[in-house]
Design a protein around this ligand. Sequence first.
Ligand code: ADP
Ligand code: MG
Length: 396
Amino acid sequence: MEQDIQKVFKSFTRGGSIFKNKSMLQSKFIPASFPNREQEVTLLAQILAPSLRSELPSNTFIYGKPGTGKTTIAKFVCNQLVKAAKESAAPIECIYINTALKRTADTEYRLYSYIANLLGTPVPHTGLPTDEVYSRMVEAIDKTERVLIFVLDEIDFLIERNSKVLYTLTRINSELEKSRIVFVGITNDVGALNSVDPRIKSSLSEEELFFAPYNADQLKSILSERVKEAFHSRAISDDAITLCAAYAAKEHGDARRALDLLRVAGELAERAGKQRLLREHVELALEKLDRDRVITTIKTLPQHSKVLLFSILNLKESFISTGPLYEAYSSSATSNGLSPLTLRRVSDLLNELDTLGIISARIISKGRYGRTRVISAELPTNLRDKVLNILRNEVL
Ligand SMILES: Nc1ncnc2c1ncn2[C@@H]1O[C@H](COP(=O)(O)OP(=O)(O)O)[C@@H](O)[C@H]1O
Ligand SMILES: [Mg+2]
C-alpha cells in the first residue's frame, strides 16, 4: 500500500504529463486575449476611456447568459484602464463588487461598509447605525479627486433583495464634491432592470452591451487559445477540444462549462496515468460534472421537496401514482416533525422537481377511469443510492 501511494505522489511531483499550467483553466483567471469578443472589449474600453481625461463615462449595463465572458471582460478592461491611468497619472480607481455574495451585499450596512473598507476607510462589520456607515462610505469615496468605476456584478441579486440600495448608490454623485462614480452593471438576467424605477433603469443603462452565447466554433477557438498555455504540447487531442466545445455549445454556449470540462477531463486523464487527454476523458468528465450538479441541486432543495424526493426514491417503483406518493410523503413528513403540505402544494413541488429534471411527472390516460399523474425518478441508477443516502442524512 505504502509503495503504491508513494507512486501516486511521485507521478505528481514529476510535474504531471498533461497540465503545464492548470490555474489557467480556473474561472478567476483573466486571459490576455478574448477570441470572438474583440468588439465588446474594445467598446467597453471606449465607453470608459473618457475617465482618463477626468470626464465621467456613461453608466453601462452588460447582459448575457452565464459563461459568456461578462465578468472576466469587465475585470480585464478595468485592469487595463487602471494601467493606462497610472501611466498618464490620471486618478482612476475600479471597484469590483459581486452583489450575489451575502457577505458583501446582503444588507445596506454590509454593502456600504464593504465599499468603505475597500477604499481604505475602516468600518466595523456591525454595530453602527446604517446612516453613519453611509456617511463614512461617502467620505471614503470623496476623499480625493478621482473617477471611481463601480462594477456591480450579478446586479439582479441586489435588485431583488434591496432595490433601494441601488437608488441610493446611483444618487451618490450629487453628494460628492471631489470624486465621481460611474457604474458598470452586469447580469445574466435580461429582464433584471424591469422591476426597478424607470429613472434608475435609464440612468444605469445609458450604454448597453449584449454578450451573445458562443457557438461551437467560437468555443473551440477560445479553448484552443487557452490549451496552448494550460497543457503540455501534444497532451490533448484536437478531438477532445472539439467535443468540449460541442457539449458546452449545447448548454447555451457557456465558456465556463467548456473550460470546466477541459479541466476535469485533464484531471481524469492524469489520474488514469495517461499522457494524453482523449475524447473518452471528456465523456467521463461530462458524467462527473452532471453528477456533481445533480447533487448540488438536491442539497439546496427546500425541506419539503427533499422529503418528497426521498419518498419517491424510497418507494422503489418505476412509476408511482400521486395517491400512494402523497401518503408516503405525509407520513415521512410527520415523522420528521414537519406538517405535511396540501396535495395541491405537493403537486406544485412535483412540477418544480420535474422542471429541474430530477423527476418526470406525466399525465396518463386510464381510459374510462379518467386521467392520472405518474411520477418517476429521472436519476441514473448509480446516483440513486447516493442521493437516497444524502436525503436520509439531511432530512431524516
Ligand atoms: N471570449 C473569451 N475568450 C477567452 N476566455 C473566455 C471568453 N469568454 C469567456 N471566457 C472564459 O469563460 C469563463 C467564464 O467567463 P465569465 O466572464 O465568468 O462569464 P460570465 O460572467 O458571463 O458568466 C472564464 O473562465 C473566462 O475566462
Ligand atoms: Mg459572471
